[in-house]
Design a protein around this ligand. Structure first.
Ligand code: NDP
Length: 278
């Protein structure tokens, strides 16, 4: 594609950002669709984030995906936000309107549900309790998605007070890690939304206390088959990986930036998997 003065630009902002798979996904879709457009990763250090977002008002960029550590600040920077972004208290998508305003959305929950639908065919989120491990931004988004789908949600967190805070706000149940087995009883879904693995820690929860029918998901996708998912598979549980969620949240973002749905004819998962290979 030739880049001209009218080529639409979108991107992803975070810190650090060089590991992001989002440029690979969006640019593969643009190329396949033959659409003009370019999607770039932008590493902005924390001191400059508010000024950076402010400078983009008016449509310099079509929009931005937002990743760690800026999802909360992105929501605050916006003039309007979707219901799901407000409920999640975070935005992973900012759209810069021609009138100078910024619209915030959160497509992470949609991505999570798309991953369950793709990788656990027949899964019904409303069929039973959903257990979310963690009480950070990602856990909050997952809790909102399951609540909106009609499920009872149980939040299990290392710091019980944070689980309680989230549970009180959203209307779900709170558990400490030492009560995980109670929360796992009759779980329909179990989602690891902790960052334990990023710090090299093994999340020590009694997966065997889940029913055989529980679908187990891990938001972490590096490695794709995390120790958590491996244990779930060994126990015979169906599993869903974090790459499915990443692709699922990117699809509605692409539509917001470039005005059309991403083409299904390019296998972006296969492209992403190549980069995740050790
Ligand atoms: P936060 O930092 O907001 O929250 C981290 C959570 O993990 C907290 O609840 C924290 O508990 C818990 N935690 C951290 N270390 C441990 C540990 N050793 N044992 C038990 N619990 C622990 O992070 P986010 O919510 O933003 O992200 C969570 C994960 O989700 C990250 O790995 C992120 O990469 C992933 N993610 C993936 C996405 C995808 O598209 N696949 C999208 C968004 C996020 P405590 O409160 O006690 O500190």
């Amino acid at each position: 594609m030739t880049i001209t003065g009218s080529t639409p630009v979108a991107g992803v902002v975070g810190w650090p950002i060089t590991h992001s798979l989002s440029p690979l996904l969006h640019n593969a879709w643009l190329a396949e669709a033959g659409l003009p457009g370019v999607y770039v990763a932008m590493g902005i250090d924390p001191a400059r984030f508010p000024a950076f977002i402010e400078s983009l008002r008016g449509g310099t960029l079509k929009g931005l995906n937002v990743t760690l550590p800026y999802k909360g600040q992105a929501l605050i920077a916006a003039h309007r936000a979707s219901r799901r972004a407000n409920l999640a208290g975070a935005a992973n998508l900012l759209v810069f309107q021609p009138d100078g305003t910024i619209f915030a959305d959160n497509t992470d929950g949609e991505g999570l549900m798309a991953a369950f639908a793709d990788q656990a065919p027949g899964f019904d989120p409303a069929a039973g309790p959903a257990v979310i491990l963690g009480a950070g931004g990602a856990a909050r988004g997952a809790a909102v998605a399951f609540l909106e789908a009609g499920a009872e949600v149980r939040v299990v967190n290392r710091t019980l007070s944070k689980a309680r805070e989230l549970a009180d706000e959203l209307g779900c149940l709170a558990y400490g890690l030492d009560q995980a087995a109670d929360a796992f009883t009759d779980a329909n879904a179990l989602v690891n939304a902790t960052s334990a693995a990023l710090g090299g820690a093994v999340l020590d929860v009694p997966l065997a206390a889940t029913p055989k029918t529980t679908v187990v998901m891990d938001m972490v996708y590096k490695p794709l088959m995390t120790p958590f998912l491996l244990e779930a598979q060994t126990l015979g549980r169906r599993t869903v990986d974090g790459l499915g969620m990443l692709i699922g949240q990117a699809k509605p973002s692409f539509t917001a930036f470039f005005g059309t749905e991403p083409p299904e004819t390019v296998d972006v998962r296969a492209l992403a998997l190549k980069t995740l290979e050790p």
